[in-house]
Design a protein around this ligand. Structure first.
Ligand code: G3P
Ligand code: MG
Length: 252
């Protein structure tokens, strides 16, 4: 087991996209709201603009969560920076911007918040996104000098995780799994991941045992029902990503 997997620095409860659906996802307003509910760790989705600025957005395209349109990763940051990423959610959040990763890093480092940074590449840019995000994280969290707990980098893209490992081998990585392919455990180990993050229905005692025997920490997404949360807690999972920051006490 890697030293980080042995001395796990991350809390069990993680707020999905900042504060689930209670605020516009992946905006600074969402992280502030998640924090106001007591959450100290946030999951969020990071990708690159056409000119390689790392910023937060879940979808490939802009239409659902901004007043823009088209594929976000084909536009320069100067264009993305002006979009309204809050009005789609509610009037109260009108004018929220797409956050850059450096803005989120400042917010987290100032208050000691931790991140699970999901690398969500624009299709076709997996390797490049993994490389640039890993370099940015190492720079922003000054991992080689300060020793601040770095974000846990995760991705469904094995290619992005492999590139992140090559760029910054010491950053912790987790493989996201929406299904259990026959090689899921070997793939996570080959990428030298410290954890796997499975869709919550995939976890059972046997899968936990397989992950643990590989020295992997066990995390899960996205858990919004109390009975399911209890089942996963009983299995001893290390991390639970939830939208329901208003329901689950993060210190539990
Ligand atoms: O990182 C866990 C979860 O966020 C993965 O799914 O689609 O919500 O990014 P998605
Ligand atoms: Mg995500």
């Amino acid at each position: 087991m890697s030293p980080l997997a042995q001395h796990w620095p991350y809390p069990r409860w993680i707020a999905h996209r900042g504060a689930g659906t209670l605020a516009p996802e992946n905006t600074l307003a969402a992280f502030a709201l998640g924090a106001s509910h007591g959450y100290r760790m946030f999951e969020c989705d990071v990708k690159l603009s056409a000119d390689d600025v790392a910023f937060l957005l879940h979808d490939d395209t802009l239409a659902r969560t901004t007043d823009g349109s088209g594929v976000a990763g084909t536009l320069p940051w100067a264009t993305l920076a002006h979009l309204d990423a809050g009005s789609w959610h509610s009037e109260q959040h009108a004018g929220q911007r797409l956050p850059r990763l450096d803005q989120l890093a400042r917010f987290c480092l100032q208050s000691g918040y931790l991140l699970n940074l999901e690398i969500k590449p624009t299709p076709g840019t997996e390797r490049h996104t993994g490389t640039v995000v890993a370099r940015e994280v190492a720079r922003l969290w000054a991992v080689h000098t300060h020793g601040a707990t770095p974000p846990l980098l995760s991705s469904f893209s094995r290619e992005a995780l492999a590139a992140a490992r090559t760029a910054q081998p010491t950053l912790p990585r987790a493989l996201l799994l929406s299904e259990l392919a026959p090689d899921w455990c070997q793939a996570a180990l080959a990428l030298q991941c410290v954890a796997v993050i499975c869709q919550h229905r995939l976890w059972n005692a046997q899968v936990v045992e397989q992950a643990r025997s590989g020295g992997l920490r066990c995390l899960t997404y996205t858990v919004n029902e109390e009975s399911e949360a209890q089942r996963l807690l009983d299995l001893g999972l290390d991390g639970i990503i939830t939208d329901r920051v208003d329901v689950f006490q993060p210190d539990a």
